[in-house]
Ligand binder design. Sequence first.
Ligand code: 16G
Ligand code: MG
Length: 563
Amino acid sequence: MSSTTQAIIEASKQHPKPADKSFGYGTAGVIPDEGVRNSVALTTSPSNENRNLLDSVVYRVGLLAALRSQNLGGKTIGVMITASHNGPEDNGVKLVDPMGEMLEASWEVYATTLANADSDEVLAEEYTNLAQKLSIDIDPESAAFVRPNVVFARDTRESGPALVQALSDALEAVGANKTDYNLMTTPQLHYIVRCINTEGTPQAYGEVSEEGYYKKLAAAYNKLMRGVPSIGEVTVDCANGVGAPKLRALAAEIGESFQCNIVNDLIDEPSKLNSQCGADYVKTQQRLPPASHAAPLARCASLDGDADRLVYYFNDSDGTFRLLDGDKIATLAASFIGDLVKAAGINTKEKTDIKVGVVQTAYANGSSTSYITNHLGLPVICTPTGVKHLHHAALKFDCGVYFEANGHGTVVFSNAALQVIAEHEAESPAQATALENLQALVDLINQTVGDALSDLLLVEVILAHKRWGPKEWDATYTDLPNRLVRVEVSDRTVFKTTDAERRLLEPVGVQEKINALVGKYKQGRSFARASGTEDAVRVYSEAAERGEAEELARLVAEIVAQY
Ligand code: 16G
Ligand code: MG
């Protein structure tokens, strides 16, 4: 047995896997097969039977991160410890690939294999097998050894430090270089990973530090706001999470051109995280967080617990709550960028040098899809749920705008588009201004992953340029009434979908029943898909009238519940 495998076994004893649990790779990370809720829970109480549940997973994910780095010739890999919008007692872990993307899908199965190894010895064996399969030399004494480089960060959850220890133990066992970035938002870690791996190349993404992140965004924002009158303060609910101190630092770096009122910033009270606040609360409850007291027509926004989701909302003059979700952010961004590319003279009637497109999931409101296609005249791609799918599809455009309705999204520019934007020659002062704005926009947007802080600045810039309040923005199109229902079933894995999760292949015959129902409703649409993060099936429906959307959801849920 090599010294590395010996070290892996020794350290693994500190992070034992609970005997009766199994894990799979869900929508965005390793989760227990029974789903995230109540099970990835790590609490401070040692008597809790779930105490070590995620501990072993994080230790093993640490081993995998090192292998991933070695497999890529020593490129830096990121590990983020967060459970995002979930409750304070949950936690989770995800890997960040070198360009700041999510872990390549083919590696998800390796994560599952290591996470499920039944003993410390079997783990070491699986690790060795995997290294062999990937032709990775794991002996630090060997000439062919590539030292792994891994960086990591965590959100504000109480269980974070203990999990960081598990991760750190894994990295030490395999002789990896490691850097702890402590508290960060998920997108900040993605930014850091990309900066490290592109440093000194023509694709250099920014200064490798949290400070560098603020400076890059602040400079771009201030450039875009030059000569543009302020539209006043935005109230931002930070879900009592890591986004609060980070937004404060960003706002300080920007200075007076960005006025924000930060609410729900109690990060020293861990139980308040995502509780009665945050993007997921606002989106699912369709109401203001109780702590926010918004004046009529005042702009409000909410982040989630790791600040990679953003939704806007406001109270109308008559007091009704209006949500401006990821679909509304996508359409706003796509229309602004589409206009800029034309104003800069890059796209004209004769030529389309930068093809702009939008990527959505089945949850996107039907009205948003029609607006993009018919009003903005842009192509739309629909993908399965989960950022990795959207991000991948967005790369098919020169400029791909992708957002999930829940508020996770960003804009990605192809290398060809970046080159056009950098080299295009403006033929008038107006074109020159548009081009400068486009260049600043590239810096303002965190292209690695959806970033609530970067998206917040993006929306603020666009609204200021358009001189729009939330009501004008909301008026671009009217959402079809819709309903999302969570259905408990005995085995969610029997639900198999196709067509970007819009149709069920199995159980056989269910889709036909759904179709028959949908046909009875004006502008009706409905689909059912197994959740990737919880042990449940989700049913979405929309229709021309509120009552009809609700009825359709209820009836489809009844069909699903029979399985
Ligand atoms: C995860 C995904 C999110 C998706 C959600 C769906 C990432 C980073 N996050 O939170 O994009 O909307 O899962 O959850 O990919 P569901 O599968 O339970 O519906
Ligand atoms: Mg999140």
